[in-house]
Design a protein around this ligand. Structure first.
Ligand SMILES: [Zn+2]
Ligand SMILES: [Zn+2]
Length: 301
């Protein structure tokens, strides 16, 4: 349970860690993207433009958009090589240095991911379901911090926003990925990719370094609407969930293992996990509108 953020000091900061500007294929400038999210009540974002030659390898400098209550992390979407189903790899890198070197000729996605991780950045496999990423792809990629389990732009692109199937398959094999939701905001015609999925990061200060450390440590949860205030494990066989009003709460684990509670506007729920057989669990809170919040996976050893 060490990774769950709920008992940690600080407050939850809301952020979007995957989105684009006019530096690549987005519809708004870096400054406009920051202003949109700040006015929507977000505490931080990362603008992650496509780090590709035809955009001249942009690394969005969002530092001028930082102020006393809103901050930014430098990031990019990194590309190299091919995925099994065809097309180029997409990795999200958050907390990259502004002078992150462009990929060298022939650099593989494995090498690029390792180079991004070596800078201390949070590195994740982007939108697996949208691009039909496979287990073979992820096994070949090797270690990264996270899997993007919800991608807002995929909602209107091919209706495959959610990637829990692949994430749970890899978790079931023992890979300890973190998981997050993001808009992948582009702000262009025929995409409703603003305010669709985000993270709540527990941090004591709204500074990029503090948020990056919390992301790397897994001190966050994801949401498309509901809030999770607390998840507490009691005496090893009960989990107490406090959240915004929910109609279903799930503990999900390896294979088909699950424990569920059903109600009408539940705000404090005790789940009996004495018969839950899985090396890991994760909590899903679903509200009356079908919107969901997800904790990171937590491991019982
Ligand atoms: Zn992408
Ligand atoms: Zn993207």
């Amino acid at each position: 349970m060490d990774k769950l953020p709920f008992a940690l000091p600080g407050r939850f900061l809301r952020g979007n860690i995957h989105g684009h500007s006019t530096l690549s294929d987005g519809g708004y400038t870096v400054e406009e993207v920051c202003r949109l999210y700040e006015q929507a009540g977000y505490d931080f974002i990362s603008v992650t433009d496509h780090f590709l030659p035809h955009y001249n390898f942009p690394m969005a400098d969002s530092r001028p958009c930082r102020n006393g209550s809103f901050t930014t992390l430098i990031g990019a979407e990194l590309h190299a090589g091919e995925i099994e189903m065809g097309g180029i790899w997409h990795l999200v890198g958050v907390g990259l240095p502004l002078d992150f070197a462009k990929p060298r000729e022939g650099e593989t996605i494995v090498e690029l991911a390792a180079r991004a991780l070596a800078t201390g950045a949070f590195v994740a496999a982007a939108h697996p379901a949208w691009y039909c990423l496979t287990e073979r792809d992820l096994e070949a990629l090797g270690p990264v911090d996270a899997i993007e389990i919800f991608n807002g732009v995929a909602i209107d692109h091919n209706d495959r926003a959610e990637s829990w199937h692949l994430a749970d398959t890899m978790l079931g094999r023992g890979h300890r990925y973190l998981t997050y939701a993001a808009d992948d905001f582009h702000g262009v015609k025929d995409r409703h990719d603003f305010l669709r999925g985000w993270v709540h990061v527990k941090a004591e200060e709204n500074r990029p370094e503090v948020i990056l450390a919390a992301l790397k440590a897994g001190h966050f949860y994801s949401s498309t609407g509901p809030q999770i205030m607390d998840v507490e494990v009691r005496a090893g066989d009960k989990i107490v969930v406090r959240c915004s009003p929910a109609d279903e709460i799930f503990v999900t684990g390896k294979g088909s293992s699950s424990v569920a509670a059903y109600g009408n506007g539940m705000i404090e729920t005790v789940l009996d996990i004495s018969k839950f057989r899985s090396p890991y669990g994760r909590i899903t809170v679903r509200d009356v509108h079908g919107e969901r919040a997800w904790t990171n996976p937590f491991w019982f050893d």
